[in-house]
Design a protein around this ligand. Sequence first.
Ligand code: GLY
Length: 366
Amino acid sequence: MNEFEAIWERLESKLSKTAVKSREKLPYTTFDGVHDDKSETDICWWTNGFWPGLMWIMYNATGKEDYLITARKAEEKLDRAFYLRDGLHHDVGFMWHLSCGADYRLTGSEDARVRALYAADFLAARYRLNGGFIRAWNAENGDSREGRTIIDCMMNIPLLYWASGETGDDRYKEIAMSHADMTLRDHVRGDGSVNHICIHDPKTGELIKTLGGQGFAEGSSWSRGQAWAIYGFAQSYMKTGEERHFDAAKRCANYFIAMTIEDAVPQSDFRAPKGKILYDTTAGVIAACGMIEIANCGGEAAYRYAAERIVKETAERFCDFTLNEDSVVQMGSESYHSDKGQLPIIYGDFYFAEALSLLLGFGRTN
Ligand code: GLY
């Protein structure tokens, strides 16, 4: 058994039990080791697809019915978010591509297909024709926020690529590509680092200014945003074959690798002042998934080695494989200035499992 098989075995042993224990929940984090539940408090919350998505990764690898049952419960709960549609924004990709999209691809469920296509229609409708980009958020506190784009959206557009393939309607893909090209132009900087938030003139698409978002400050380098860019451009290349998207994925990955030479597991912001230690394990495992796919697409083997290093270090130093704690990957962070500090977050577990699944060749679910 190689070291990744051994890590997988520990992960699966724990998740086979947590899948049953947290069956009625949509977890985001844990309190005193116990999963919280967003299904009652915030059904439109952007992370609500990761728990069912994680279940599908495990089902795909093991065929165990318990994972399927838990995933389906979550998907049914998520329907209520469609009725509260004003609470939804661009993150419907995370919410339904990883959950119902995976369900449909693995089981052929027609209900799951329809749900994922509803989400794709909702996302496509956020496209600003004149600006050429997908609007991130809805209005808040009197600010329409209609010109805002965020790097994270690179991970929502795979839903659109899928929808084009599924329906034969090229418009979803054209919207996704236009958004990816805007991201390349306005979010990716010359050195391969990225801006988290860009504000555009919504009528012309012209870039007005950038914001630091969840990072330290404007011009800094939020590591999870960097990871979304790596994995998002890698997937865009996988769906379109556009070399410029592959180059972008590699440039963003090269920057991430250069920033993590001393410690494979990233801090929350690569350009924050020295002194405050704030890990973001979630950024590491997201980036690892992107690097594995870059290598799988013909990039140098060094990308795979970098990913393996992240996964190994995360497993050894930051994972809890016991049943005393419902989450696996510890020490994520929401944002640099969040007063929550370090916490486990559900997408840390999702991308840790996805990275291992890719390394072990179980195949993609999304
Ligand atoms: N998409 C928001 C985040 O990465 O925290």
